[in-house]
Design a protein. Structure first.
Length: 238
């Protein structure tokens, strides 16, 4: 399920100026091939030059009855000139069969992997975190996507992510007004740290994001349609 999220929506508006102090929260239902698969709950806030966010992804519906999946993450950092710079990111995942945890701290925008369990198998190549300056963690990107933004700032993006092992990119283009809605075309692309099998299976994941009015010139994400490893997926805001 984490792959489902990363393949469709990890980041959007980091290039746009952050608004003044704000607080955001929402719940999304996630489906694959029309079958309910999971729920995503997030919350975040910006106060002055600081931001913080939390996110919980867990299986639900038919998938929830067959397999327990849960992903919890939290992050805190600073925001200046429209750029989010994480300071500390913590991630815990439970697939029902396997648990994992990652902790990253940042020094001048450069990630430092404090822990990543279970460890990478011996002999497997990895990315040196010291070369990943300017990247953001998955939750920072997710918060940037899902938070409320002024309509004029929608659909602006070119963003690099690093999750402690893998580097990826999200690009958002082609804003289009459809009535009171705004749609954007985007693509998530795997870049480095993925296995040859992963790259051969699928390396590019197109998606379409739809903003809906939230009042006073502000819009928020109402729906994301995406290609996933398991078929067409959708995220719909409750």
């Amino acid at each position: 399920m984490r792959a489902l999220l990363l393949s469709g929506l990890l980041a959007l508006t980091l290039a746009a100026p952050a608004r003044a102090d704000q607080k955001d929260a929402a719940v999304f239902d996630i489906s694959v091939r029309g079958i309910t698969a999971a729920t995503l709950q997030f919350g975040g806030s910006i106060r002055g030059r600081s931001y913080a966010a939390t996110g919980v992804l867990k299986s639900s519906g038919i998938l929830g009855m067959l397999k327990r999946i849960r992903y919890d993450a939290s992050v805190a950092g600073s925001v200046a000139k429209g750029r989010f710079t994480p300071a500390r990111y913590v991630e815990k995942a439970d697939t029902g069969k396997r648990q994992s945890e990652a902790v990253m701290a940042y020094r001048k925008g450069v990630p430092q992997v404090k822990s990543y369990n279970p460890p990478r198998p011996a002999g497997q190549d990895g990315i040196d975190p010291a070369t990943q300056g300017g990247t953001v963690d998955p939750l920072t990107a997710l918060y940037a996507v899902l938070r409320d933004v002024p309509a004029a700032e929608a659909c602006t993006l070119k963003l690099f992510l690093f999750d402690g092992r893998r580097r990826s990119q999200v690009v958002l283009t082609a804003p289009k007004a459809e009535g009171d809605r705004i749609t954007c075309r985007g693509e998530y692309r795997r870049l480095e740290g993925f296995s040859p099998e992963d790259m051969a299976e699928k390396s590019r994941f197109p998606f379409i994001l739809t903003y809906v009015p939230a009042g006073e010139g502000i819009v928020h994400v109402g729906e994301i349609s995406m290609d996933t490893l398991y078929g067409k997926g959708r995220m719909i805001r409750r």
